[in-house]
Design a protein around this ligand. Structure first.
Ligand SMILES: Cc1cc2nc3c(=O)[nH]c(=O)nc-3n(C[C@H](O)[C@H](O)[C@H](O)COP(=O)(O)OP(=O)(O)OC[C@H]3O[C@@H](n4cnc5c(N)ncnc54)[C@H](O)[C@@H]3O)c2cc1C
Length: 448
């Protein structure tokens, strides 16, 4: 197999890892990333006096692909693991649901309903993904399993919190994958959850990956917003917004489907149709540093219509105080459809709604206690696993020889997380270049 020149469009976790694997198979690879840094959804930013993930990230002990990559980067031994707690805020009241005993004492449900709920979770955790799950609306499946009372009290608010009104179009495979992942995080006898982080968060992981790519001679060109990928007689030309052009033999586009459809100029009409049919869920997520005394749950699921956001993630309960003044790092996500008008609302208009929700959640909260506040937005986060999604997945190998599309729309029967993303890279690399074999990894500390 000749050494080919590959361009990978997108420097998120998928793009940079795919570039690494292609290089390890003996190809010349270059990564073109539109923003000023790598990492995409897993990238970091400055908040007050700290630098941490724009969106909250944890590692599960069962994240074998993530752990293997961290091992390759020399970071696996640094992961710190902690047992965390889960809270529920339902109609103005706080509940802890962090282990079996608290679950049995959970007041909003009668005992029989608790058993039905526990049985459904246990059953879903044991069930292998099968195509029938793709055919049933998630709401119908859950109501059939648990009954209407449990559905209305527990599942409906959770589905709305995670999917907004989009829950109505999503199949049971969504809840199956979610339960499987979260159940796996709760390994102990009392089903307490265990989460891990690398000190420094994903900023550190992305930095290590970039250095590792440099060792493999893979340039990562940040600020290279790709506007067009065109087939030529000799291969491809990739055109960037700054006017630069790159010629190469093969292209792998890892951007979300609507962007992929806009930049790939030679696809067939059915491929454009497939790409444009994938519906995305986006997120608007406030990050703040506050000295407010807040409960130590890592995640609090919110089922209270008065609160604008749908969960509160207290990152400091996992990583300890990060800021010089021991403030807590809190994330407040609100999941909305990709075309929701909220995406274009100015930060100052959203800020008031976040503060109002904080006042309901923490009655002692005062805006003066906030040391830093920023809002991160992403339109294209989760390709919605709608009914019969497996028939609607865009092709990875396109009708244009040498042009490949790989993104999270190709995750079937799993949830969106870095581990699934890296698993997808493994699948993709075998399909994109089955004829080449892996070269041995270089030593991170000894650049070649
Ligand atoms: C709120 C939230 C919480 C999460 N929590 C966790 C967690 O706890 N644990 C976990 O494992 N995972 C978590 N994830 C998921 C994880 O972030 C994703 O699975 C992963 O980052 C997806 O990577 P990706 O490369 O597929 O996509 P992206 O990160 O979206 O990367 C796509 C890249 O393509 C670039 N791009 C787009 N268009 C162009 C163009 N025209 N030219 C050049 N570049 C372009 C973008 O700038 C971006 O860098 C979370 C995600 C979110 C949003």
């Amino acid at each position: 197999m000749p050494r080919l020149r590959w361009a990978v469009v997108g420097g998120g976790m998928l793009g940079i890892t795919l570039a690494l694997r292609l290089s390890q198979r003996g190809h010349d690879v270059i990564v073109l990333e539109g923003s000023h840094q790598v990492g995409g959804l897993a990238s970091a930013w400055r908040l007050g006096d700290i630098v941490w993930d724009r969106f909250y990230h944890v590692i599960l002990s069962t994240d074998a692909y993530t752990r293997a990559l961290l091992d390759e980067l020399g970071l696996a031994s640094e992961i710190t693991w902690k047992t965390t707690r889960t809270g529920f805020f339902i109609d103005g009241k706080w509940y802890s649901l962090s282990n079996v005993w608290e679950f049995l004492a959970f007041p909003p449900l009668p005992l029989l309903d608790k058993f039905r709920l526990a049985y459904t979770i246990w059953k879903a955790s044991r069930l292998d993904y099968d195509h029938n799950l793709d055919e049933i609306p998630v709401a119908d499946w859950l109501e059939n399993q648990c009954g209407k009372r449990v559905f209305d009290k527990i599942w409906l608010p959770l589905l709305k919190a995670k999917l907004g009104q989009e829950y109505q179009s999503v199949s049971a495979s969504f809840i199956h994958a979610t339960i499987q992942r979260m159940y796996a995080a709760r390994r102990t006898r009392t089903k307490q959850e265990l989460f891990g982080v690398v000190p420094g968060g994903y900023a550190r992981i992305c930095q290590a990956l970039t250095e590792y790519l440099a060792n493999w001679d893979v340039p990562v060109l940040c600020g290279s917003q790709v506007e067009a990928v065109r087939r030529t007689e000799k291969g491809f030309v990739v055109e960037c917004a700054d006017g630069s052009q790159l010629s190469c033999d093969r292209v792998a586009v890892t951007a979300p489907c609507p962007i992929t459809a806009a930049i790939c100029k030679d696809l067939s009409s059915s491929e454009y149709h497939d790409l444009r049919s994938v519906r995305y869920l986006g997120v608007i997520c406030a990050s703040l540093l506050t000295v407010t005394d807040i409960p130590s749950y890592y995640i609090t699921n919110i089922a209270d219509d008065r609160v604008f956001f749908t969960a509160a993630i207290n990152m400091s309960s996992l990583v300890g105080p990060l800021s010089s003044q021991s403030a807590s790092l809190l994330y407040l996500p609100k999941y909305v459809a990709a075309d929701d008008p909220l995406h274009t609302l100015p930060d100052r208009d959203l800020q008031g709604q976040f503060y109002e929700g904080l006042r309901i959640l923490y009655p002692r909260f005062h805006p003066g206690e906030i040391q830093a506040f920023r809002i991160a937005r992403a339109r294209y986060v989760l390709p919605l696993p709608v009914l019969r999604y497996r028939h609607k997945v865009p092709p990875m190998i396109t009708s244009v020889p040498g042009l490949y599309l790989v993104n999270s729309s190709h995750i079937i029967g799993g949830t969106l997380n870095v581990n699934e993303t890296l698993k997808l890279v493994d699948t993709a690399v075998h399909r994109l270049c089955p004829e080449t074999t892996h070269r041995p990894a270089v030593n991170v500390t000894q650049p070649c």
